[in-house]
Each structure stands twice: as structure tokens, then as C-alpha cells.
Design a protein around this ligand. Structure first.
Ligand SMILES: O=P(O)(O)OC[C@H]1O[C@H](OP(=O)(O)OP(=O)(O)O)[C@H](O)[C@@H]1O
Ligand SMILES: O=c1cc[nH]c(=O)[nH]1
Ligand SMILES: [Mg+2]
Length: 211
């Protein structure tokens, strides 16, 4: 499993405003959207392409195009939905599947309440979207599930992560797994409620309001 923490001043600048408790929901949504596009640019360096012959107005040329089947993007509801548009702006032809997952706020265990994915993911390259990687319980379950269904290359894009979460996912999927985690920032740790510190609070609530 590979970890890439994006080191870019624009990402750090946008993350700072995102974290600020004074930032309202519309601004939070816009920033999450902008951030995912920046992170996705890094996260898709390994997107699969094949050679493609075209003719320019001047001469024949060999370029590349995305392979078939197209990459699958999987936002983890609810908060991951706030990253979907920014991702599909970069890969408009990607297919989109959905996983609805919720973390029990007492036990911190993740459970799945919705699943709308292609049945067979054999050989698929999958991009998972979830703004927060805290204990890692949610992401570990999601990645293991996608790999059980056949995905052979999984990249998770998260706005913020904590070392505990990264290590949990690493242990769950295994060191050699074809899994990559791309983070906009890595915070020092978690508090006793399992929240990332300093973090940004509850990403779902900040995107969509408290339910
Ligand atoms: O790494 P973990 O400890 O598992 O925590 C991270 C998860 O918690 C949040 O979702 P939440 O359960 O709050 O659901 P929501 O998106 O509906 O708010 C977040 O969006 C992640 O999915
Ligand atoms: O800090 C955290 C941890 C889990 N989920 C969130 O939305 N934020
Ligand atoms: Mg939440």
C-alpha cells in the first residue's frame, strides 16, 4: 500500500479555509470541490491508458486514451458526495458507483447501509472518495469490499487523514496490496471521540448540515 500526502501550497491554503469553523456550508462545498480536483490530478498519475492513433490537421500522431472499462469512481455517502463533481470534472467518462457507510459514533465501527456498484469489478481501477480518514474503519471496509468484488487497483482520495487511520488500512489490506491513499494533509492524531485533531469537524455535517 502506498501513501501520498500532497505537498502543495494551494492545497494547504484551501485546507486552512476548509478547517476554519467560520467557513459556511456553501464555501465548504466549493473548497471541497476545488481540493478534490487538485488531489485527483496527483491521484490519477497511474490511470490506465492505451496508445491511440489520431490525425491532427497537420500530421498523423500517436497519443493515448483511457482504457476500457473506464475507471470507476466510488464516493462514500454522505460526505464523499461532496467530492464527486470535482473528480468527474477531471475524468468525465468515469463510471460512478455508490457506497453508503456510517460510523457508529460510540463504537467507531463502520457499517454499510447502501450499495450501488457494478456486480463484477474484475480488473477495474477504482477511485474511492471520502474526505476524512480518521480511525480508518470506514475506508478499510470499503477497500476490502471493492477488492473482494474484483477491483485490482484502488486509490482512495481523502482531504485529511490521521496516522492511526493510515496504519489501520495498511494492516487491513496488507503491505503488498495494489492500494494507494492520497491525502491533502496528514494531521497529528485523533481525539477520544475518534475525530481528527485539529481536523475540520464532521465533514458530512459541514457539507450538508446536521442530521
Ligand atoms: O475513518 P473513520 O473513523 O471510519 O471515520 C471516517 C468516516 O466518518 C465520516 O463519515 P460519517 O460516518 O460521519 O458519515 P457521513 O458521511 O454520513 O457524515 C467520514 O466521511 C468517513 O466516512
Ligand atoms: O474528524 C472526523 C472523523 C470522522 N468523520 C469526520 O467527519 N470527521
Ligand atoms: Mg459524518
Amino acid at each position: 500500500m502506498r501513501l501520498h500526502v500532497v505537498d502543495h501550497p494551494l492545497v494547504a491554503h484551501k485546507l486552512t479555509t476548509l478547517r476554519n469553523r467560520e467557513t459556511d456550508s456553501p464555501t465548504f462545498r466549493r473548497l471541497a470541490d476545488e481540493l478534490v480536483t487538485l488531489l485527483a490530478y496527483e491521484a490519477t498519475r497511474g490511470v490506465r491508458v492505451v496508445e491511440h492513433e489520431i490525425s491532427t490537421p497537420v500530421a498523423p500522431a500517436t497519443g493515448v486514451k483511457l482504457t476500457q472499462p473506464k475507471p470507476l469512481v466510488v464516493p462514500i455517502l454522505r460526505a464523499g458526495l461532496g467530492m464527486l463533481e470535482g473528480m468527474t470534472r477531471l475524468i468525465p467518462t468515469a463510471e460512478v458507483g455508490f457506497l453508503g457507510m456510517i460510523r457508529n459514533e460510540e463504537t467507531l465501527e463502520a457499517s454499510t447501509y447502501a450499495n450501488r456498484l457494478p456486480d463484477d469489478l474484475t480488473g477495474r481501477q477504482v477511485y474511492v472518495l471520502d474526505p476524512m480518514l480518521a480511525t480508518g474503519g470506514t475506508l478499510a471496509v470499503a477497500i476490502q469490499y471493492l477488492m473482494e468484488r474484483g477491483a485490482d487497483d484502488v486509490t482512495a482520495i481523502c482531504l485529511l487523514g490521521a496516522p492511526e487511520g493510515v496504519e489501520h488500512v495498511r494492516k487491513a489490506v496488507g503491505e503488498e496490496a495494489p492500494v494507494q491513499i492520497v491525502l491533502g494533509g496528514m494531521d497529528p492524531g485523533l481525539n477520544e471521540l475518534g475525530y481528527i485533531v485539529p481536523g475540520l469537524g464532521d465533514a458530512g455535517d459541514r457539507l450538508y448540515g446536521v442530521v
